[in-house]
Ligand binder design. Sequence first.
Ligand code: NAP
Length: 267
Amino acid sequence: MAKITIIGGGNLGTAIAEGLISSKHTKASDITVTRRNVSLLDALKKQGVKIESDNSKAVKGAELILLCVKPFQIKDVVKEIAPSLHSKQILISVVSSVSIQDIEDILRKKKNESGMSIFRAMPNTAIAISESMTCISYNNANSKQIQTVCQLFDKLGKTVVIEEKLMEAATIIGACGTAFAMRYIRANIQGGIEIGFDANTARTIVAQTVKGAADLLIKKGTHPEQEIDKVTTPKGVTITGLNEMEHNGLSSSLIKGITEAYKKIGK
Ligand SMILES: NC(=O)c1ccc[n+]([C@@H]2O[C@H](COP(=O)([O-])OP(=O)(O)OC[C@H]3O[C@@H](n4cnc5c(N)ncnc54)[C@H](OP(=O)(O)O)[C@@H]3O)[C@@H](O)[C@H]2O)c1
């Protein structure tokens, strides 16, 4: 089993470590997690994960290295670990808006000529329950390395390989998408309360209904409009509700939200 080092044991880094252990992808003792304030990693330590504050030491012996720090921190971290990296290792960055080229440039400046494989992965917060949608792109990787990285994220949800030029678009619909979906769900709950439910019951009904709707598409491979047609009776209640939502700009506001967020990313 591959030894994995996660640099930056924050929200995402910790969730990845926990997902890899609970899915039995990796033994806790094969995972090393770093952060400067290591006292905040006690829960992982208790599970048998190795905890380190020295990033250079942590990457030695690792086959896979995941960079899970904030965008403004990645430059210093890559500079720090560059002398300790070698060509057989795989570097995976989950950091938003930092390209593979950016990482290669930092490595080159540090005279790291390892030619190692660099991947970018864009998961979402559902990685904490192994239900992430993770988009992956790479440079200079062979099929075995691509398989290794996809298998890792497959254990934490679903994976698609995309061209790196689509990574920002993937961030919007895959990662920001969790927040967009939450707002849709929240609005349904508010409506549910207004027509008679208490908040908890409304939340249960709405969350399961949205989950079921998504599962219909995932498991049956249907188009949303096909599923809508099954629910809408002529002159009925559903089509009345849907059309009222559309008159008020439901689809248009969602599309505009996505395109405006895309314009903003990386600026
Ligand atoms: N949230 C999402 O949906 C999502 C989705 C995809 C990608 N991302 C990306 O994931 C990255 C991490 O996000 P997050 O929410 O997990 O952030 P976070 O909770 O702030 O985690 C970053 C971690 O990095 C550690 N760190 C900072 N400098 C370090 C250093 N020099 N060496 C070792 N560890 C260091 C910090 O701990 P110390 O301060 O103790 O060192 C902190 O625990 C971001 O770049 C974000 O763009 C997020």
